[in-house]
Design a protein around this ligand. Structure first.
Ligand code: SF4
Ligand code: FES
Length: 217
């Protein structure tokens, strides 16, 4: 049995195949984009095709068209690039970025939209950089200071439904699928729920391209 070391509760799991919705067990904390708690039971099924009328839950709508969980050609590859600065090295995996903009909006002196290189690790204080990286929901960003690389935080297991975007997982909820998908950070990652990601099960920002909306959450 998997347990959460801080409180000995069972660690929540998300279990699915390439063709099924997300089956979530033992989750206690599910929030909408306003931070309001949503009802959970011991096992819940969350939509990943984008068609449910009861989002974020699955209502069986996927049975009409089916779910295609395959990775697609032309996706941005899962590859970590490192940007070494004076006091901090910033690591970045473009393949799993959910493009919520927390970095470029929050610290544009370091995370420079549309520029190459797009990260300047000397563009702000270490504290400012760390604070922003800790807001990155997808795990695309992480950092090394000295010999210590930090890819995770100590948070309660939870799933937050991003506004018109992915499921934002925190707190080490376990991911188990038939592709043996591994999040960039085991503690936090973002799962596609619009059905359009080229890098399923992870969100790759494609929800913006298809103008995915979920007015209820
Ligand atoms: S997911 Fe992370 S890297 Fe991507 S835009 Fe948001 S904060 Fe930046
Ligand atoms: S929710 Fe982001 S690509 Fe589907």
């Amino acid at each position: 049995m998997s347990t959460n070391s801080s409180n000995s509760k069972k660690t929540p799991e998300i279990v699915f195949t390439k063709y099924s919705p997300y089956m979530v067990s033992d989750l206690e904390n599910l929030y909408n984009s306003k931070g309001e708690s949503l009802k959970v039971t011991k096992v819940i099924s969350l939509c990943r095709c984008g068609e449910s009328k009861r989002k974020p839950c699955c209502d069986g709508s996927h049975t009409a068209k089916g779910i295609d969980g395959e990775k697609k050609p032309g996706r941005v590859k899962d590859k970590v690039h490192s940007f070494a600065g004076k006091d901090i090295t910033i690591h970045d995996n473009r393949g799993v970025c959910s493009h919520d903009g927390a970095c470029v909006d929050g610290l544009p002196s370091v995370f420079k939209k549309g520029r190459r290189p797009w990260i300047d690790p000397n563009g702000a204080s270490v504290k400012e950089i760390v604070d922003i990286i800790e807001k990155c929901p997808s795990g695309a960003l992480s950092y090394t200071i000295g010999h210590i690389t930090c890819t995770s935080l100590d948070r309660e297991p939870a799933i937050k439904v991003a506004k018109n975007g992915p499921l934002e997982i925190t707190g080490g909820v376990l991911l188990k699928d038939d592709m043996e998908s591994k999040p960039q950070s085991a503690e936090h990652y973002t799962l596609c729920r619009c059905g359009a990601s080229k890098n399923k099960p992870f969100c790759d920002g494609s929800h913006f391209e298809i103008k995915f909306t979920d007015d209820d959450n």
